[in-house]
Design a protein around this ligand. Structure first.
Ligand code: ZN
Length: 346
């Protein structure tokens, strides 16, 4: 009996698709005056894309720093808990076992992640508090400098060369001790090397792209990709920095990034970190949009890969481009699950 393409996609998605980077808490916070935002604004799209697990990233906008960083982070976490409590379709998971259980119950699992240590400033004790609140994956920096180090610039060169601060080094050690996944996304090239020197477990890059196709220090070189692969780590491919050229910001170019990483470190090292951002960008004023484009070079959204429901189109194209069922399941699900099992035993 022959299987239709839709049945084939459904079979490959039966465990769910895992997206390790989603700027959800910030949006929930911005919409805090409303109820049931998850259910009304997100559920349909997540379900249409068969999303099983999403990394829900705490990020603090410049305008809140430094004084309000921790306060806004706590408010974002609060909104996520409150919103999840208002629907029986979602759950916040703290361990590999909880994620497996959530998938059995067909619930969408959120893993709390953080982009930049600003919420806990330079206080390692507060990292422990965020862990207790559910934090399970951490990038030390976004683009700007903080107490842990510097971010990689959205430019081909010029990122600060200082690497990690002593505090940044302590954060990496503490993450390994607590069971918070060490995420190298955004870190400067010098900071990247420092983290690899300290970390002993398989590190990840939750959302990034290959500099081969988009040459900025916020993305990663072939050497960096190989270094993560050599440690058994996983790299999530970002759908926002696919190409500096608008006409090349396509689904096929997104898959080129996947193929490139597979070619360098094998299929076990590549996964998904969509970083869908257009829904937030569209809510901004024109002035805010221009400021964003000037600050972060030119982010071109991929029209066929701009929201979670587009995951099915990605899988269809992976099939058409010759990826095997086994490879697609690793990219969409199994590689991140392996990382969760390694880091989040509890
Ligand atoms: Zn990011």
């Amino acid at each position: 009996m022959s299987e239709s393409i839709d049945e084939h996609i459904a079979r490959l998605h039966r465990h769910g698709v895992i997206d390790m980077h989603f700027d959800l808490p910030m949006d929930l916070y911005d919409k805090r005056a409303r109820k049931n935002v998850l259910a009304t604004d997100f559920l349909e799209d997540l379900e249409a894309g068969d999303i099983g697990v999403a990394g829900a990233a705490i990020y603090i906008d410049d305008r809140y720093l430094p004084e309000m960083g921790m306060r806004i982070a706590l408010d974002q976490i609060a909104r996520l808990y409150i919103e999840v409590g208002q629907s029986n379709r979602f759950v916040i998971c703290r361990s590999y076992r909880e994620i497996v259980e959530a998938r059995k119950q067909k619930k969408i699992a959120f893993l709390l992640t953080m982009e930049g240590v600003e919420p806990f400033g330079a206080d390692l004790d507060l990292l422990r508090v965020f862990y207790e609140l559910g934090l399970r994956s951490l990038c030390l920096t976004h683009v700007r400098r903080n107490a842990a180090g510097d971010g990689g610039l959205f430019a081909a060169s010029g990122s600060p060369r200082g690497g990690l601060t002593p505090f940044g080094r302590d954060v990496i050690r503490e993450c390994e001790k607590l069971g918070i996944i060490v995420d190298l996304a955004h870190i400067s090239p010098a900071g990247f090397d420092d983290i690899l020197e300290i970390a002993t477990k398989p590190v990840i890059i939750s959302h990034t792209n290959a500099r081969k196709f988009y040459d900025i220090e916020r993305n990663v070189t072939d050497e960096q990709i190989k270094a993560v692969g050599a440690r058994g780590g996983v790299i999530g491919i970002n759908a926002v920095l696919v190409s500096p050229r608008k006409d090349e910001a396509t689904l096929d170019r997104y898959i080129d990034h996947i193929e490139h990483v597979r070619g360098l470190i094998g299929i076990d090292g590549v996964a998904i970190g969509f970083d869908f951002f257009e829904f937030i960008y569209r809510q901004w004023s024109e002035a805010e949009q221009i400021a964003f484009q000037e600050k972060f070079t030119h982010a071109h959204f991929v029209p066929e890969l701009a929201k979670h429901s587009h995951s099915r189109g990605l899988t269809r194209r992976l099939i058409e481009r010759g990826f095997s069922d086994d490879e697609i399941e690793r990219i969409l699900f199994r590689n991140w699950m392996r990382v969760f099992e390694q880091w989040l035993e509890e």
